[in-house]
Design a protein around this ligand. Structure first.
Ligand SMILES: Nc1ncnc2c1ncn2[C@@H]1O[C@H](COP(=O)(O)OP(=O)(O)OP(=O)(O)O)[C@@H](O)[C@H]1O
Ligand SMILES: Nc1ccn([C@@H]2O[C@H](COP(=O)(O)O)[C@@H](O)[C@H]2O)c(=O)n1
Length: 228
């Protein structure tokens, strides 16, 4: 690049639920001065809109017909990411159980994926210093030319324990079964399923602290930038 400005760096972080994608991506982006995009929040936001507007979640054609209607805006500051639908802040409602239980059905609809993928690519292309984008299909489909691809994993037990810690009083077994069910749905859909890209670095976070995972990813980004 001219004037010594660094080329924007694009980092894709994928993996199943509860592996630490959001926590890691936000911290890495903040530490390196990059933007941050939570693509799961976008799928949750469109699901919230479908539910709020009485669209039958069991009917993929009804979901497809409505997919272009909501305006979804993501704020990409890693220290305070935002998400609105038609101007309404939905950051709270999209985390509720009703949306969580329905999001895999909505995100499997090809018209929904095409719409959200287009938004994601536009956001990544406009990131001045670069961006950390986290989700399920970022390395395989959304940004196949990303500079660095990471695939986070962790045992179902570790992931359930982390989630139960968040959802105070949640039963460990029920949480584990719900995680496994959502991962199975996300992995088995026809259009851009949850998958590790062939050129992604896999990091098993089961026995790592969050701080160790962050340091590992920061090091990988720095090595990439240094051309190693
Ligand atoms: N290595 C780790 N050790 C312990 N706890 C962790 C670790 N990584 C993340 N956590 C905790 O696990 C929970 C889930 O993390 P996070 O939301 O980042 O996962 P995620 O992969 O983005 O999940 P989802 O895909 O469901 O949104 C959070 O409470 C987070 O603080
Ligand atoms: N790239 C992505 C990201 C997410 N999804 C779907 O959204 C759901 C919620 O994701 P969270 O990260 O917020 O848990 C997830 O279960 C997927 O159905 C997706 O399809 N692609």
């Amino acid at each position: 690049m001219e004037n010594g400005a660094a080329k924007p760096v694009i980092v894709a972080i994928d993996g199943p639920s509860g592996t630490g994608k959001s926590s890691t991506s936000k911290a890495v982006a903040a530490q390196l001065g990059l933007s941050y995009l939570d693509t799961g929040a976008q799928y949750r936001a469109i699901t919230w809109w479908m539910v709020t507007n009485g669209i039958d979640i069991a009917d993929p054609s009804a979901i497809a017909a409505a997919a272009a209607k909501p305006e979804i805006l993501s704020g990409t500051d890693p220290t305070g990411p935002t998400i609105t639908v038609d101007g309404v802040d939905v950051s709270g409602p999209i985390r509720e159980q009703d949306v969580t239980s329905k999001v895999s059905a909505v995100s499997a609809v090809p018209e929904v994926r095409a719409r959200i993928t287009e938004l994601q690519r536009a956001i990544a292309a406009s990131a001045v210093t670069g961006i950390v984008v986290e989700g399920r299909d970022i390395g395989t489909t959304v940004l196949p030319d990303a500079d660095l691809k990471i695939f986070l994993t962790a045992s179902p037990e570790a992931r359930a324990a982390r989630r139960s810690g968040e959802l105070k009083g949640a039963d460990l077994h029920t949480t584990r079964e719900a995680l496994i069910k959502r991962d199975a749905a996300d992995s088995s859909r026809k259009t851009s399923p949850l998958a590790k890209a062939d050129d992604a670095v896999e990091v098993d976070t089961t026995d790592l602290t969050l701080q160790q995972v962050i340091e590992c990813v920061v090091t990988l980004v720095e090595e990439k930038r240094a051309g190693k």
